[in-house]
Design a binder for this molecule. Structure first.
Ligand code: ATP
Ligand SMILES: O=c1ccn([C@@H]2O[C@H](COP(=O)(O)O)[C@@H](O)[C@H]2O)c(=O)[nH]1
Ligand code: MG
Length: 238
């Protein structure tokens, strides 16, 4: 469904991503949140037969982005693409960027936009789906601008999981998935980066009328009901 107009520079490894949510493939396109058109349109360097439907999922560390994305993907047929997971996978793939990415994640800083956007682009291009949840990206205005420049589209929807710092710290420290950044020192750094660099992106999309703020305190199901309402409105608008 997505055709490549120009090959990517070899910044990223050629290994096929297995992050794609297979649940998306059986999705009935007529029941989707389609804003698609039938003629191919060039966006950036990619030629597509269908306009992508992109949702950015933003929120601080531990606000529940990944947890909710799994439910959104299952319920609404999106492909879930976590920028952090793509970067962690890149570390494991012996990429020339592996060491730099690992050091950056340990310090809670942001990986250069070019690296992250190219990983995202490669994953999007290799998918048959056209509906993407981009989880944990963009993390800075520079990320946002690089995405728009390289991918050539803006998000249709931006979700923001609004969670108090105390709750985020508690969740991250209890996550227990062996992540190198799930320790109090890195969490403090990530929270600073969140305030100084992520929040301007949230504000940008708020001004553009694309932001849907979700109260991220409550049970997973309670929070998902707020999310469901956002996508139900999108469906009603099609
Ligand atoms: N509503 C909730 N209540 C309590 N715990 C939750 C809730 N949602 C998620 N969690 C738990 O909190 C932890 C962080 O959640 P999750 O990984 O989804 O956050 P995240 O926003 O993706 O974080 P990060 O940015 O660090 O990847 C996980 O252990 C998850 O199981
Ligand atoms: O777009 C991105 C996404 C992530 N990072 C780095 O990865 C870690 C972990 O990300 P999660 O979304 O929490 O899994 C993050 O703190 C950054 O260091 C990034 O640089 N750019
Ligand atoms: Mg996550």
């Amino acid at each position: 469904m997505w055709k490549r107009m120009a090959s990517l520079s070899p910044l990223v490894s050629s290994s096929k991503s297995t992050l794609l949510n297979q649940a998306a493939y059986g999705f009935n396109i007529r029941k989707s949140l389609s804003t698609g058109i039938s003629t191919p349109v060039k966006h950036g360097t990619m030629l597509k037969e269908k306009t992508p439907f992109i949702t950015f999922v933003l929120g601080g560390p531990g606000s529940g982005k990944g947890t909710q994305c799994i439910k959104i993907a299952q319920t609404f047929g999106f492909t879930h693409l976590s920028a952090g997971d793509l970067l962690r996978r890149e570390i494991l793939s012996n990429s020339e960027y592996g060491t730099m990415i690992l050091d950056t994640i340990k310090e809670g800083r942001i990986v250069p936009s070019e690296v992250t956007v190219k990983l995202i682009k490669k994953t999007i291009e290799s998918s048959d789906n056209y509906k993407f949840l981009i989880d944990g990206f963009p993390r800075s205005e520079e990320n946002r601008i690089a995405f728009e420049h390289i991918i050539g589209v803006e998000p249709n929807v931006v979700l923001f999981f609004d969670c108090p710092e105390e709750e985020m710290v508690k969740r991250v420290l209890n996550r227990n998935e062996g992540r190198v950044d799930d320790n109090i020192d890195t969490i403090k750094k990530r929270l600073k980066v969140f305030s100084s660099l992520n929040l301007p992106v949230v504000n940008y999309y708020s001004k553009r009328g694309k932001l849907h703020t979700i109260n991220a305190v409550g049970t997973v199901d309670e929070i998902f009901e707020q999310v469901r309402a956002v996508f139900s409105v999108c469906e009603a608008m099609k």
